[in-house]
Design a protein around this ligand. Structure first.
Ligand code: ZN
Length: 138
């Protein structure tokens, strides 16, 4: 009888602390790519699709399009001076989805599914987006 195989440590070490520091202090938005093709903008050590540990870390452009959103009129404490604003789910150009917020969206008619958006580095918590390209200023 053989012992069960133990999981190995990822060879490309990345910690959630490094990820957060990169985002908050160095304005870097990073994604992770698995050998199976899965891409995510959410920090993790293991691919949620195939279980691979050795994820490739890469810089995201921060550009994408809105796949879902809602307008928040009752904000969290950090956003009390920004309400109303949009809470958005963005599909990034490189693949993967990330949630964030858009301070200039005051009503559901100010934004649409499919609108192009880009990431804006901000001192505020959360991943901030603004409209990008042809859809801007609608
Ligand atoms: Zn995978």
């Amino acid at each position: 009888m053989t012992a069960p195989e133990l999981p190995t440590e990822p060879s490309a070490a990345h910690t959630i602390g490094e990820y957060q520091h990169g985002y908050e202090e160095e304005s870097r938005l990073r994604g992770f790519r698995s050998g199976c093709g899965f891409v995510t903008a959410t920090w993790g050590l293991r691919c949620p699709r195939c279980g691979q540990l050795d994820l490739e870390e890469f810089a995201l452009s921060g550009k994408g399009h809105v796949v879902a959103f809602t307008v928040q009129t009752v904000p969290a404490d950090e956003f009390v001076n920004d309400a109303p604003y949009a809470y958005v789910l963005v599909e990034l150009e490189e693949g993967g989805r990330i949630s964030g917020w858009m301070p200039a969206i005051r009503a559901v008619t100010d934004l649409a599914i499919g609108d192009r958006v880009r990431w804006v580095p901000s001192y505020k918590p959360g991943v901030q987006f603004e409209k990008d390209g042809a859809g801007a200023g609608r």
